[in-house]
Design a binder for this molecule. Structure first.
Ligand code: MC0
Length: 145
């Protein structure tokens, strides 16, 4: 069951500049940052809420680390902006299987490693009304992402 919006992924050309925009404009601070070589991104997670029940939501700012990455390709075509949305679930495998059975293309056979050690998969944007959609299970299901 998808239980919350885990994050909104925003593609940018310059991560440091974009982090500064969100800090100066809204007061959001970087909660976590990392490089995900497999996905070809350098990212910063800005925690927006913490519901106190283990749930949280983030903005995920993404800068490509290589020209052939999906984010670099997307930026070249669209410029900066919202790249994907991600729903949180305690069971990414089960939810991906259920959604696949409804005819939506799930992009990975097995979930891969996402931000903060989470397990992630993606649904094809062409099957989701033009929205690249991610499913996320936190590394620690009892805690925030
Ligand atoms: C591509 N398309 C999108 C899109 N990316 N539509 C909406 N939102 C996006 N983000 C559309 C294109 O405009 C194109 O439509 C069609 O999909 C095919 O795209 P393409 O540019 O030809 O590229 P493909 O087919 O090689 O790849 C598209 C695909 C890819 C969605 C399969 O981007 C992918 O595998 N994405 C999942 C992984 C990812 O995005 N990783 C980065 C975030 P037209 O109409 O022109 O045919 S990593 C992340 O977020 C991790 C770290 C985390 O959360 O923890």
């Amino acid at each position: 069951m998808l239980t919350r919006i885990d994050h909104i992924g925003i593609a940018c050309f310059d991560l440091d500049k974009t982090v500064e925009f969100y800090r100066a404009t809204y007061g959001f601070e970087v909660y976590h940052s990392e490089v995900n070589e497999e996905q070809g991104v350098r990212e910063a997670m800005l925690k927006i809420n913490d519901t106190g029940d283990g749930g949280a939501s983030y903005l995920q700012l993404l800068e490509p680390t290589r020209e052939d990455s999906t984010v670099a390709k997307w930026l070249a075509k669209n410029g900066e902006g919202v790249h994907h949305i991600a729903f949180g679930t305690a069971d990414v495998d089960g939810d991906a299987a259920d959604i696949k059975a409804k005819g939506v293309r799930v992009l990975y056979e097995e979930p891969r490693i996402g931000s903060m050690g989470s397990r992630i998969t993606f649904l094809h944007p062409k099957d989701c009304g033009g929205v690249l959609t991610e499913l996320v299970t936190s590394a620690d299901p009892g805690a925030a992402h």
